[in-house]
Design a protein around this ligand. Structure first.
Ligand code: CA2
Length: 151
């Protein structure tokens, strides 16, 4: 999906499985910020630009799919997603994003190309507007700034 020429007003941030544990374990890989801190920072940035931002985390594939289906009908115009381990496994989540036909940026905290070989495959990257990987929590912020600049 390419970037549209319409203003972005409603942004959805989606976090996949285990990202609720951020800040508590493996800080050397995923950083020390908690998910709540990351979401608060993003909400603050969006608010400064008068944009609505909703963040949603789930450990369940079906719940993430339900949220994407809802996004397609409830006015969301841009998605920033870290599918976490579903990046490498979930055709179902990929199909939901393709059907939603909303522009999205795929974000990873770690550099998925510098880790185990199974992490190099993503079911999302070819559909994404762009991919940010390895820049820690700042990756979400850069993705958001891109979406805000589309207005
Ligand atoms: O680098 C990323 O953002 C990942 O999407 C994170 C996923 C991993 O499966 C992907 O390959 C790359 C894992 C998220 C797990 O998050 C944790 C956070 C704190 C402690 C334990 C796990």
């Amino acid at each position: 999906m390419t970037a549209g020429l319409y203003p972005v007003r409603n942004i959805l941030i989606l976090h996949g499985p285990n990202l609720n544990m951020l800040g508590s374990r493996e800080p050397e890989i995923y950083g020390s910020a908690t998910l709540a801190e990351i979401d608060r920072n993003l909400a603050h940035l969006a608010e400064q630009d008068g944009v609505n931002l909703t963040a949603f985390q789930s450990n369940a594939e079906g719940e993430l799919i339900d949220r994407i289906q809802k996004a397609a009908t409830d006015g969301v115009d841009f998605i920033i997603i870290n599918p976490a381990a579903y990046t490498h496994t979930s055709i179902a989540l990929r199909d939901a994003l393709a059907a939603a036909r909303l522009p999205f940026i795929e974000v990873h905290l770690s550099n998925i190309f510098a880790r185990e070989s199974f992490r190099r495959e993503s079911y999302f990257s070819d559909l994404a507007l762009g991919v940010i990987s390895g820049l820690g929590a700042q990756g979400y912020e850069l993705a958001l700034r891109y979406a805000l600049a589309m207005r």
